[in-house]
Structure formats: structure tokens, C-alpha cells
Write a protein that binds this ligand. Structure first.
Ligand code: XIL
Length: 654
């Protein structure tokens, strides 16, 4: 569907110039447009007010806000100023596509892409490298190859290009737009699919991973933003690739929208991909008008559309960022690709911010510089052993903000809650310099500092009787009553301990009990505290030896994600023995009602709640002292509590 790049870029540049003049002649933008040109492109419009999108995105879980940019804009200071002000992720618009990077077989040209990378580096931006395998902007020599040469050509292209930009790409769109838009979302029958079948995707990912293991590898497509046949097909593909162990790290949701027609369910759709353990990103956001010029109401609707897309990303923890496909309307691909349509971005033809820009700032939490003022409670005093309760207060210049509190320098025994309550019982004489901080939802914060002086308690002496070095055995219950004396009569002692062997706990009356679960030597310290806050402690070692049940393996089970009725979990099998495990069968019993439905890297079976996971061909060997990581998906009804004991090849692990 796309024209070749040089043809399109020439058309785009000419079109942009025509549109600028047309707008200048028709409306009051005349002066601004002429001023822009007369001053060599540096105009007021080059910078937008308020906190930049990249700063707001960073304050939202360290996300990025990006734009694409084509090489013809690198010397346009109006564009580059605005780009660098607002965005901190860059996607080359065309410069890394196959028709540029390998226009004829084995003739490579990585200079245009490198120019974009250099610009990004100079402006502290990262790069989403785009793209390696795509049916479009693909030189005809590839499609003309005999089918038995396509795989070699694809792997060679990927290896050369990924190597050329190695270390410079935060992410790679490895495969772009693999699905058709038909009702069944069939795979696109391009040269790669025709020669290799759907397996070309796993092969492309593996080839890219081998060349740059640090880059996040994505599949990118459009019309997969909502729940529909195409996103379902992408979901199945992602599941199957993960099951095969293909190095897939993320899914890109292009998000080329039409004003007023955003798909619903975008957040839930992105979330299901995230639940597979993938990153997700909005990679090419624009929202076009199908007829021009836009009305004011239309611009408001576009603002809502942009804001909803950004909020969908913010609602998914693994959504790493949003990229707009252009810097402003004047450099958008839309007028060139969809005749008569346009005005699809947050900045207008002269790079002035549109309502969509302000709406995105607001969606990202900007509230025009909030001021948080903490009321200083003044110098405080307290007494060892006497409980303290001090509620702090603060005001926010913006309404409706929730403040979250933290403190540094609190006297020993005191803590602060997130709602600003300092409480606890001081344990020692001291004068502390306390600083409390209240932070609102936009990241604005205020602080207050004061001294907190704790005066002496009663001077009681607590003495814990040292029980001496202890020993025990994995799997055999242990019990030890620790005792202590107090110089004052009538005191109740409260016991606590640090460093207890795994499986043991201490009660407040000093009884250590439980069943040790791991062989180790622990340094235990038991502390007894009386009602005045006076404390005493004793330290001793506690050596637990192997017992009969600990095998030469250790398994760590982590539930990664859970959504209604479903979950994914990770198991790390460590070989703690002295010889390699060759082929493994991991068995465990779920305490809940889970069923494994999918082992990502091997086989599985279920019998009641007894699960067995077995190795795949490539992960069966676990050398002594090494571990392997496997993951699986499962279902559950009411309880997905994690299992705690495991066997490998029939022997219990420690
Ligand atoms: C577009 C570019 O912006 C245009 O300059 C070019 O002529 C055609 O391609 N999906 C993608 C992008 O993944 O690479 C496309 O970019 C837009 C659609």
C-alpha cells in the first residue's frame, strides 16, 4: 500500500510547503508562519508551555514519551527544538527500513539511520529502532528471491542491521504488521510467510536476539489496540512464541486512530499481553480527521482521544511509554497516506500546541505546579518507653490531592505511616533531626524539619540468658524457650529475634519454635524489651544440617501475574549438588485449586492438584551449581496459593 520512501518523502516535503503557504494566506497564522521562516525557523511556537511530556511521563512509573522523526527534519530547528523539549524516545520514521538499509542485495546503508541515532544521543533520547521484517518499504529484490533463499536473506539482513546499531536501540520492532485486516486476521502472505510459514517470526526474533541480546524485541501492528479478531490473533501468536521460548519482549500497538473512533477496551487488551510477561507500548499514536479543517468540537474530541490512549498506557504497569507518529501536523505521514485527511497530532501546522497536548499533559498528572506546605509541629520531646502519637498535617494548592508521607531521622522505635502519623515507643535517649515530606499525586512535595528529643526512661537493665550455640535438622521440629531478667520488678518482657533459621519464629514470650527448612548456620540475636523500652539481647549461632529430606536441588516459585481465573508463575530450579542434572521432572502439589495449562519451556501433566513439569529439549541439562528458569500458565477457581515443597526426579529439594 505504501509508496516507496523517496517518492513519499519528496511528496511529503512539497505537500508540507504547500500547506504552510495555504494556511498562511487563509488565516491569521500568516504572521507566525512568515516570522518562522524569516528567523531561520526559530519561532515561539517551537516550545510549548508547561511541564514537557517526557518529564511527566518519567514521573509516571519511569515511562517515556516519544515521537518519530525523519532525516529531512534534522536541520529544521523549529521541529528539533520542540522534539527535544517534549520527547525522550525517538523512532526513525523511515531510515531503518529495508528499502533504505539494503536497497539491493548485500549493499547496506546505515548512514541515514545513524544520523537519527546521533541526534537522539545528542539530545539524551533513546531510540526505538524500526523495523527489520515488514512487507512494506521492502525492495523488490527480496520478493523476487527463490523461496529457498528468503530465510538466508532475512537472517543476513537482520544480523547486519542489528549489528550496525548494536547498543544503540532500546527496542527493535523486529516484525512489523504480520497480520491482515480480514475477518480471521490471517497472517500476511508476504515474501517471508510464503517462504517460511509463520515460523519466520520466531526465526527473526532469534536472529535479532543473537545480534543484540540487550535490545527489547517487539512485534508491532495496527488495529490491535482494542479486543478484536486481529488482537486475538496477535495474542495467540505471542503465547505460542513464548511457549517456544522465542525471545519476544514486547508488543507495539501502533494506534493510528480516527478522531472520535478510539477503540474501547484498549487498557484491558494491553493488560492481557502484559499478563503474559511482555512489555507493551503505544508506538505510533496519531488521531486523524477524515475531513479538514477540524472544528473546535473536533479538536476537543481529539484531545479526549489522545488522553484516553495515554491513560490506557498508564493503567498497565508494563506499558513502558507512548510514541506519537510525528512531531506535529506539518510532518505527519497522514496527509500523504490518506488523501484529504490530517491534523492528526498534538501540534498544529505551525507547531503550536493543540487541545490534545494539554489533555495529554493533564492525563499525565500535570497540575500547573502544585505547592505542598507541611505544618511544622515544632520541637518535640518524648520519653523512653512512653508511646508517641503525632499526626502531621499539610495543605496542597490543588484540590483533591492525596498526600503520601515519608520521614528521615526519626528516633529509634518510631515510624511514620503514609498518612503522616508518627507513632511507636521510643527505645533510647537521643536528640534526632527529623525531616518529614508530603508528596502529592503529581510529584509535588513539601517538607518540614524539627528536633525530637527522647529523654531517659527508668534506667532498667534487661539481661537475656544466652542459650549457647544450637543445632537442628531440616524437617525436625525445634523448640527453645529463651529467658531474661529485669532489674525492675513487675515488668513484662517482650521478645523479638533477628537471623532465625528459615522455618523458625519467636513468640512475644520468647518461645522459638517451628521446623527448619534449609541447612545453614544462622547468627541469631534475641532481644527482650520491658515496658519502659529498656532492652537486653543475646546472640548465638544456630546450625541446621541437611536432614534426610533435602535433595541436591532448590526450587524458587514466584507467581508473576494473576487475573480472573488465570495466573502465570515462574520456577527456578537450582542444582545444589555436585553433578549435572540431565533431564528433569519437577513435581509439586498446589495448596489451592490450580491447574497448569501451559509450560512455556517444556511439558507438563496434572493429576488432581499434583503438577509435573518436564524439560524441553534445550533446557534439560542443569550443570552443578547452576539453575534454569521456567514459567507456566495456569487456571484456578478460588485459591492460587503458591506451593512450598518440590521434588526433582523424585527427590525432595531443600
Ligand atoms: C510510514 C512513514 O511515516 C511514511 O513516511 C512512509 O512513507 C510510510 O510509512 N506503520 C508503520 C510505520 O509501522 O513505519 C509507517 O510509517 C506508518 C504505518
Amino acid at each position: 500500500m505504501w509508496q516507496s520512501r523517496p517518492a513519499r518523502d519528496t511528496a511529503r516535503t512539497a505537500g508540507r510547503a504547500r500547506r504552510l503557504f495555504a494556511a498562511g494566506a487563509a488565516v491569521t497564522a500568516t504572521t507566525a508562519a512568515i516570522a518562522t521562516m524569516a528567523t531561520g525557523g526559530i519561532a515561539q511556537a517551537a516550545l510549548a508551555p508547561g511541564t514537557p511530556l517526557k518529564t511527566l511521563a518519567a514521573a509516571n512509573g519511569n515511562r517515556y514519551f516519544g515521537s518519530d522523526m525523519t532525516g529531512d527534519l534534522l536541520n529544521n530547528t523549529t521541529v528539533t527544538q520542540l522534539q527535544a523539549q517534549q520527547f525522550n524516545m525517538l523512532t526513525p520514521g523511515n531510515e531503518m527500513k529495508w528499502d533504505t538499509t539494503q536497497p539491493s542485495q548485500t549493499t547496506f546503508n546505515f548512514t541515514p539511520g545513524q544520523n537519527i541515532v546521533n541526534y537522539a544521543v545528542a539530545h539524551n533520547e533513546r531510540v526505538r529502532c524500526h523495523n527489520l521484517v515488514w512487507h512494506s518499504q521492502l525492495p523488490s529484490w527480496v520478493s523476487s528471491l527463490p523461496s529457498n533463499q528468503v530465510q538466508g536473506a532475512m537472517e543476513n539482513h537482520i544480523t547486519n542491521e542489528v549489528n550496525a546499531y548494536k547498543g544503540e536501540c532500546y527496542a527493535w520492532d523486529v516484525v512489523n504488521e504480520p497480520f491482515n485486516d480480514d475477518a480471521n486476521a490471517t497472517p500476511r502472505a508476504d515474501a517471508f510467510f510464503n517462504a517460511m510459514g509463520i515460523g519466520y517470526i520466531a526465526d527473526a526474533l532469534k536472529t535479532a536476539h543473537a545480534a543484540d541480546p540487550a535490545a527489547k524485541l517487539y512485534i508491532n501492528d495496527y488495529n490491535i489496540e482494542g479486543m478484536n479478531a486481529k488482537s486475538n490473533a496477535m495474542f495467540s501468536l505471542a503465547q505460542s512464541l513464548l511457549q517456544q521460548g522465542a525471545p519476544l519482549n514486547g508488543i507495539g500497538f501502533e494506534s493510528h486512530f480516527i478522531e472520535g473512533q478510539n477503540p474501547s477496551g484498549m487498557q484491558a487488551n494491553m493488560q492481557r499481553f502484559a499478563n503474559l510477561g511482555l512489555d507493551v507500548a503505544v508506538t505510533e499514536l496519531d488521531d486523524r480527521f477524515t475531513s479538514l479543517p477540524p472544528s473546535n468540537a473536533g479538536l476537543q474530541q481529539q484531545a479526549t482521544d489522545f488522553s484516553n490512549a495515554v491513560k490506557a498506557c498508564l493503567g498497565v504497569t508494563r506499558c513502558v511509554g507512548v510514541t506519537q507518529w510525528a512531531i506535529g501536523d506539518a510532518d505527519s505521514w497522514v496527509p500523504g497516506a490518506f488523501s484529504g485527511q490530517g491534523a492528526a497530532t498534538m501540534f498544529d501546522q505551525s507547531y503550536n500546541p493543540k487541545p490534545a497536548f494539554t489533555a495529554v499533559q493533564t492525563a499525565l498528572g500535570a497540575t500547573a505546579g502544585n505547592t505542598v506546605t507541611v505544618t511544622n509541629p515544632g520541637a518535640r520531646t518524648g520519653t523512653v518507653g512512653t508511646p508517641v502519637s503525632l499526626q502531621l498535617s499539610a495543605t496542597d494548592s490543588a484540590a483533591g490531592q492525596t498526600l503520601t508521607w515519608t520521614a528521615t531521622g526519626l528516633p529509634a522505635g518510631l515510624a511514620i505511616s503514609s498518612s503522616g502519623l508518627i507513632s511507636g515507643t521510643p527505645t533510647a535517649n537521643s536528640t534526632s533531626n527529623v525531616t518529614v515530606t508530603a508528596t502529592d499525586g503529581t510529584g509535588a512535595s513539601g517538607t518540614a524539619s524539627f528536633t525530637f528529643t527522647i529523654n531517659g526512661g527508668t534506667g532498667n537493665t534487661v539481661t537475656v540468658t544466652n542459650p549457647g550455640a544450637r543445632t537442628g535438622t531440616v524437617g525436625t521440629a525445634a523448640s527453645l524457650q529463651v529467658s531474661a531478667t529485669d532489674s525492675a520488678a513487675g515488668q513484662t518482657l517482650t521478645f523479638s529475634a533477628t537471623g532465625l533459621p528459615a522455618g523458625l519464629t519467636i513468640s512475644s514470650s520468647g518461645l522459638i519454635s517451628g521446623t527448619p527448612t534449609a541447612a545453614a548456620t544462622s547468627n541469631v540475636t534475641v532481644t527482650a524489651r520491658d515496658g519502659t523500652g529498656a532492652t537486653g539481647s543475646a546472640s548465638f549461632t544456630w546450625t541446621i544440617s541437611g536432614g534426610n529430606t533435602g535433595g541436591t536441588c532448590h526450587v524458587t516459585y514466584t507467581r508473576n501475574s494473576e487475573w480472573p481465573g488465570n495466573f502465570t508463575a515462574q520456577v527456578v530450579i537450582a542444582n545444589t549438588g555436585t553433578s549435572a542434572i540431565n533431564g528433569w521432572s519437577l513435581t509439586f502439589t498446589f495448596p489451592g485449586d490450580q491447574k497448569v495449562t501451559n509450560n512455556f519451556n517444556g511439558g507438563f501433566s496434572m493429576s488432581g492438584e499434583n503438577a509435573t513439569l518436564t524439560n524441553a529439549s534445550y533446557n534439560g541439562t542443569i550443570p552443578a551449581g547452576s539453575s534454569i528458569t521456567d514459567g507456566f500458565q495456569g487456571t484456578f477457581t478460588s485459591n492460587d496459593a503458591s506451593p512450598t515443597s518440590f521434588s526433582v526426579n523424585g527427590t525432595a529439594c531443600s
